[in-house]
Design a protein around this ligand. Structure first.
Ligand SMILES: Nc1nc2c(ncn2[C@@H]2O[C@H](COP(=O)(O)OP(=O)(O)OP(=O)(O)O)[C@@H](O)[C@H]2O)c(=O)[nH]1
Ligand SMILES: [Mg+2]
Ligand SMILES: [Zn+2]
Length: 318
């Protein structure tokens, strides 16, 4: 079996993590890629491509799809002994408001929109804030274009394209699968968005052979359709990787500081720091540079109002 090599920095980090736990074995774990996380177990892929369900040790960081781990064989399954430090992690608050990791070591975030279900207010801007916060490039995809009846969504997408974001449109016929594959290249992309916009369907279209696994790992929701319940990683024929993630109803930003919300609106950057008051919240203060730019039409009214709603919602959070 091919032994994967770790960089010196990774080895140091792993040693540091191991030294925190008395029961961690000093032996050499095998390096593996987390494909999906199921409760107290994770499906890990070895360098050979074989997969094994591994138990987690309680002291470890919670491994998720995209994580690199060290694991060792034990009686009936494997056991994960260390999680290699992540480059980044996409997190999301759970139903109790605690932040949970969803996917790790990501290069691109694909935000999927569709005419059905209708776009939740601010959701797109919230995802963009999270992407900028993680310094991961966002790609906006309008799916189900076959269901489009008016220009509202295409116009909205064009607005974001005008701000410099990469955008794509797709439907069942996937006219630009090559575009999408070219965008991904050898990188790791996570698909995010509301439940039902067609994230898993997009993966199925790119990887027709993966359909059985999508079906097998999904749960039939009350509406009689398959809904994704845990993030799962898929390999593209090149070296690229796709991570499917469970849809959301809303995407809280409790973990993001107000300054990061400001920086999450990339066209605001030239105006930040130019308000009359240093602690300007850009809501109702006089001499606000952002408000000035919005009145002058230099910032889109839609984006400024979305920004103000998001900032106001942060203030409501205790
Ligand atoms: N008309 C149309 N329907 C589509 C298209 N893509 C997906 N769908 C349908 O949309 C529904 C939801 O698709 P999924 O791929 O399960 O959506 P999802 O985003 O993965 O949903 P969650 O896993 O719950 O987050 C399914 O019934 C699909 O058949 C499309 O391009 N056009
Ligand atoms: Mg899905
Ligand atoms: Zn201001």
């Amino acid at each position: 079996m091919k032994k994967s090599r770790l960089t010196e920095q990774q080895t140091r980090r792993i040693k540091a993590q191991r030294s925190h736990s008395a029961d961690a074995s000093p032996g050499h774990g095998e390096r593996g890629l987390v494909i999906a996380r199921y409760g107290k177990q994770a499906l890990v892929e070895h360098a050979s491509g074989d997969r094994m369900l591994c138990h987690l040790r309680s002291h470890l960081d919670s491994p998720v799809a995209g994580d690199i781990v060290l694991w060792m064989p034990s009686e009936e399954a494997g056991v994960i002994t260390a999680v290699v430090e992540r480059r980044n992690v996409l997190e999301r608050p759970d139903s109790h408001g605690s932040l949970r990791p969803v996917a790790a070591n990501i290069d691109l975030i694909m935000i999927v929109l569709a005419p059905e279900p209708a776009l939740q207010p601010n959701l797109l801007d919230r995802y963009l804030i999270a992407a900028e916060h993680m310094t991961v490039e966002p790609v906006l995809v309008l799916n189900k274009t076959d269901l489009i009846t008016d220009s509202t969504l295409p116009d909205e997408l064009a607005r974001y394209e005008g701000l410099g974001y990469r955008t794509l449109t797709t439907d069942h016929h996937m006219p630009d699968a090559t575009d999408l594959l070219n965008v991904i290249g050898q990188r790791t992309l996570v698909l995010v968005g509301q439940s039902g916009v067609g994230k898993s369907s997009l993966i199925q279209r790119l990887l027709p052979d993966a359909s059985i696994r999508i079906g097998a790992l999904s749960e039939v929701a009350d509406k009689g359709r398959h809904t994704t319940t845990t993030a799962e990683l898929f390999h593209l024929p090149g070296a690229g990787k796709l991570i499917d993630s469970p849809g959301v109803r809303e995407f809280g930003l409790g973990h993001v500081a107000p300054e990061d919300v400001d920086r999450g609106f990339r066209e605001f950057l030239p105006y930040l720091g130019h308000c009359r008051f240093r602690d300007c919240k850009h809501l109702n203060e006089p001499g606000c540079a952002l408000k000035g730019a919005a009145s002058a039409g230099e910032i889109l009214a839609e984006r400024f109002s979305s920004y103000q709603q998001i900032r106001a919602s942060l203030q409501d959070t205790p």
